[in-house]
Design a protein around this ligand. Structure first.
Ligand SMILES: [Cu+2]
Length: 367
């Protein structure tokens, strides 16, 4: 009797193990994109277990075709601004700082003679910088003038769940022509960003990203003289068409941008000898960038917006910035001259395979 019980138990256990090892049912990917919950999932993590080569992905999953389509928009106009990431003006209403963003497509020059079709906030890449103080009440009114839905995620900012910008989870996508208002208290202090969370693999690469800086309530003991945000991204241009670059066959980037520009169109940062310089490095594309500074070592003073205690601050001359990460680095400009900051994946310092280009900029230290 006892042996029989053990035998039945063993058989049941075996059956349970076999069922656990059985192939997972794959989601129905034949639905149109708008009905397919996979396309509305946060980022694309939900579809991460659906592995396929790009070609078969498109054949098996019509919802995935958007990834390899060029960025287009009806009647797209040339950009009227030339510099992205500039501070966005706000109005004050009942103690709330009110910002307005409009998503729209423009022709955005990344380099002399090279212009991409970009999805933008207010017509620039990156979009305008929202800069507020810790504890501020913030309202951001977003009007969607793209011909595709979108949402905004406040990357790293501690917002209420309903303001988190994840389509199909915390809100409905903002449809073309619609307006959505985000409202939250700005916290904590640090270097953050905002970006699209709808088909992020395309929309973020297409330009829907921008800095979000929260200054501390208390004035900093040793504020930098120079304080710059540098957003790193990539794009693919083939036969005059723009594609959101991705780490997959046929979609690799051939242009690399700092604040929406490729070297030599990147900004030259001029500083005085002896100045304390803070660079807020933000990787917003889909590739990692080991950024190397010539001439002077730097300290990592904040990671992902959060201050690093002084005793724990590493001294380095190269810092790998992975997608989504932020590093605030600081150095004193001790030597005059033209010092280069560049990515040390050296292909990322080319423009369509021609060096120099891409992720390079000059720090010009003068007397
Ligand atoms: Cu790189």
């Amino acid at each position: 009797m006892r042996i029989k019980k053990i035998l039945i138990f063993s058989l049941l256990t075996l059956a349970w193990i076999l069922s656990a090892c059985a192939p997972v049912e794959t989601p129905d990917t034949t639905m149109p994109m708008s009905d397919n919950p996979m396309t509305l999932a946060p980022g694309r993590e939900a579809s991460a277990d659906v592995t396929a080569t790009p070609g078969s992905m498109m054949a098996d999953n019509p919802g995935a075709a958007h990834m390899m389509e060029p960025i287009t928009a009806p009647n797209v106009q040339p950009a009227t601004e030339t510099t992205g990431g500039q501070p966005l003006a706000y109005r004050e209403e009942d103690g709330i700082k009110v910002f307005e963003l409009t998503t729209k497509a423009v022709q955005w020059p990344i380099l002399d003679g090279v212009t991409v079709t970009a999805y933008t906030y207010n017509g620039t890449v990156p979009g305008p910088m929202i800069r507020v103080t810790e504890g501020d009440q913030v309202k951001v009114i977003v009007k969607n003038e793209l011909d595709v839905p979108t949402t905004i995620h406040w990357h790293g900012v501690e917002v209420p769940n309903a303001m988190d910008g994840v389509p199909g989870v915390t809100q409905d996508p903002i449809q073309p022509g619609e307006t959505f208002t985000y409202e939250f208290i700005a916290k904590p202090a640090g270097t953050f960003m905002y970006h699209s969370h709808f088909e992020g693999d395309v929309q973020v690469g297409a330009g829907l990203y921008a800095p979000f800086i929260i200054d501390p309530k208390e004035t900093e003991a040793n504020p930098p003289v120079i304080d710059k945000v540098l957003m790193l991204s990539e794009v693919r241009m083939t036969d005059g068409e723009t594609f959101a670059a991705m780490p997959m066959g046929g979609m690799e980037p051939n242009y690399f941008t700092i604040n929406g520009k490729s070297f030599p169109a990147t900004e030259t940062i001029t500083v005085k000898k002896g100045d304390l310089v803070r660079l807020r490095l933000i990787a917003i594309g889909q590739f990692i960038h080991p950024m190397h500074l010539h001439g002077m070592p730097f300290k990592i003073v904040a990671t992902d917006g959060h201050p690093v205690p002084e005793a724990a601050q590493l001294t380095k001359d190269t810092i790998s910035v992975a997608p989504g990460e932020r590093y605030d680095i600081e150095f004193v400009a001790t030597e005059t001259g033209q010092w280069m900051l560049h990515c040390h994946i050296l292909h990322h310092t080319t423009n369509d395979n021609v060096e120099p280009g891409g992720l390079m900029l000059m720090i010009n230290v003068v007397e």
